[in-house]
Design a protein around this ligand. Sequence first.
Ligand code: HEM
Length: 403
Amino acid sequence: MNNEFNSKDAGLFTHAFNQNPYPAFQSLRQHDPVHQALMPDGHYAWIITRYEDAVAVLKDTRFIKDFTVFLNEAERAEAQKNIFSQNMLFADPPDHKRLRGLVQQAFTPKMIEELRGRITEIANELIDDMQGRSQIDIIDDFAFPLPIIVICEMLGVPSEDRDKFRTWSNTLVEASNDPGKAEKIQQHTEEFTSYLREWIATRREHPEDDMVSKLIQAEEAGDRLSEQELYGVVSLLIIAGHETTVNLISNGLFALMTHPEQMRTLRQQPGLIRPAIEEMLRFEGPVEFSTDRWAAETVEIQGKTIQKGDHVLVALDAANRDPEAFEDPDVFDITRGQSKHLAFGKGMHFCLGAPLARVETEVAVNTLLERFPELQLDTSSAELEWRPGILMRGLTELPVRLA
Ligand code: HEM
């Protein structure tokens, strides 16, 4: 255990860190780029902050996702009862490929491009609902409902239930590192699970032309998907669809509104929207830390020995501000062009939903800027609160003036 630079020195996991993690990330990249940190739940994890190491770890198959291999049979059976663990994000080869393969086809750039028209319709409908208002919360009124409606329509789940999904998925994501919330997590996990069971049972009886009906068919057809995995895939897509794009749209608009010269450039050259979105992903990526990885064997990185069974996290938002990888990394510049950011991860777990998130954000930002030429922040940046928890980076609310 390395004592020369402890997590307190690094300023990790405090409220100040939550509000602005970049000074701590810079300090770690410089002084202790492979840092063994005491996590909020009391266990230790290695935190990787340099770009080059981040890429290496994300691609290295010695860092595995399925921690149950370290458990005995009884513990494993208990852990596998949690339906959220039975999905591609927590699977290693060969299960990973099988699980990802079942839904990959629905997420190719070509398939997603076909949804652009419907996504534009949804964005316009949400804006129509703002009629007569001069002030809105970008998150509640726009950035949150848009991706939810889209993923619910793709899967075939009733989007009227979106407030329930929001409560459940927020608890699961925000509380993943907070032992104080164990009871709430358990309660919301149970509610989410029984909702999915009932709803999947209904779809089994009455299949439709949606992704869930196709997954049910795959499960019924034989050994490609177990029932637990069916719940796992569906819940992963619901959670990913709820927790991520909302933050890309809102973090991105926040960056534009707090960098008026960049906002002007984008308004004058709307063709820059794609590089602008890549810059939003790099500058304030919605997924702050990768999901958990575990060393399957002893691995040396930057002179540190990571032991078999150790927990490893890649700080994606730290790697995306590494001056060795990006010139002037703390500058928000939508004209950077090609970007090698890690906001969607790297390697075999590279984000399946990236094409969808990109199109949703492109449509959302374009439509909002087009319809509100005077859009601006309705508070000072210092007043805004960032969400707790280390997995996601996003604001709790983003008040704006429309005109
Ligand atoms: C801006 C929005 C998004 C960001 C920044 C993002 C980011 C990420 C990242 C970093 C990973 C890899 C995590 C790791 O390796 O530990 C990931 C995986 C994944 N994402 Fe996304 N995501 C976004 C949107 C979405 C959406 C909209 C969906 C689908 C509805 C989605 C579905 C997935 C899935 C299924 C995986 C697991 C892939 C695998 O394990 O092979 N994501 N995402």
